[in-house]
Write a protein that binds this ligand. Structure first.
Ligand code: PMP
Length: 333
């Protein structure tokens, strides 16, 4: 019989699929996307949850009956909740209020407790999601805070799994790797592996929301979730990407909708953002039909049905719907 012993044994090994319609007229390069929403918890964060919890157990930071406390925009929480369940830990997650209610309800469905904090406050404010989670850690006996922003097991999990999967599935023919930057764990771990495996041949490209510090912004707010920052986390090694391309919310959301409608790929806004950055890079001079771009798509669109995929929400926030018959050149202009 072919089956997994437990749901957590199904993390990783996600497939690559080629983009067709959205690349037409933009580039001759092959553009492949890696579907991280096919992980059991629905995102790339399942990978880091596994490594982070196992390392904490080994180091004695997480003991039987302990509680995992983490500020998370949702996906890391789901990954941690999955592994916590298997191992008998409790979870308390702190989310900024810009995170959709759907995503918060998913965390609750897995048995976690969720605390909501305001988005529009400085990181050092006592109300910020970083400060609130620190307070909960101090007040909860047996608490362990994975701190995905500084935990080296985040980038390590991508170095050990995501990178080798991409290298092997492309038979070493990948020329460009593109990923959004949130904690920076994905691009740091995967990018480092691919640089080493290719002797520096693979170009590593970060995608970042306009306003975020990684692409030179001030840290001002933006709507795309899970990526960009207003500070520099240690999980991110800025020496790994060769370049970081900034993408507006409007471009990210328009591409996210096109991926669903034209490619049948229902993903979140940070995925649309990464594809926009990839197409900008793939339409640059010097890119040829021999180039193979791999773009990591972190999560599913199901958590954004009330936002990115809701015309009323888009209009209310000033992101008009992509016009019918638009060309990619117009979208990326
Ligand atoms: N997209 C989404 C939806 C995310 O939740 C995250 C994680 N914050 C990212 C992208 C970025 O991944 P990383 O933290 O590894 O940079």
């Amino acid at each position: 019989m072919k089956y997994a012993e437990s749901i957590v044994d199904l993390v990783g090994g996600t497939p690559l699929v080629k983009l067709n319609r959205v690349v037409e007229g933009v580039t001759n390069a092959t553009v492949l996307v890696k579907l991280e929403y096919l992980n059991p918890g629905g995102s790339a964060k399942d990978r880091i949850a596994e490594r982070i919890i196992e390392a904490a157990e080994r180091e004695g930071k997480l003991k039987p009956g302990g509680t995992i406390v983490e500020p998370t925009s949702g996906n890391t929480g789901v990954g941690l909740a999955l592994f916590a369940q298997q191992k008998g830990y409790s979870c308390i997650f702190v989310c900024p209020d810009k995170v959709s209610e759907d995503k918060r309800n998913v965390l609750k469905a897995y048995g976690a407790e969720v605390v909501v904090t305001p988005t529009a406050v400085a990181p050092d404010s006592p109300e910020s999601y970083y400060s609130v989670s620190d307070r909960i850690v101090r007040e909860t006996p047996g608490a362990f805070k994975p701190d995905q922003y500084s935990n080296p097991n985040g980038p390590r999990s991508h170095y050990e799994t995501t990178g080798p999967e991409i290298w092997s599935d492309t038979e070493g023919r990948i020329t460009h790797f593109v990923a959004g930057i949130g904690t920076g764990g994905t691009i740091t771990g995967t990018g480092r592996y691919l640089r080493e495996a290719s002797d520096g041949r693979v170009r590593i490209i970060g995608a970042d929301p306009e306003g975020s510090v990684y692409s030179g912004g001030t840290g001002r707010p933006y709507f795309v979730e899970g990526v960009g920052e207003d500070f520099w986390p240690t999980a991110y090694d800025p020496a790994v990407p060769h370049e970081v391309i900034e993408v507006s919310d409007a471009e990210s959301f328009a591409m996210t909708r096109r991926l669903a409608r034209e490619e049948g790929i229902l993903v979140g806004g940070s995925s649309g953002m990464a594809v926009v950055a990839a197409l900008k890079a793939a339409s640059a001079p010097g890119v040829t039909a021999d180039d193979v771009f791999v773009v990591l798509l972190p999560d599913s669109g199901r958590g954004y049905l009330g936002k990115i995929f809701n015309d009323k929400w888009l209009r209310a926030y000033g992101f008009s719907n992509a016009p019918e018959g638009h060309t990619i050149a117009q979208l990326l202009a």
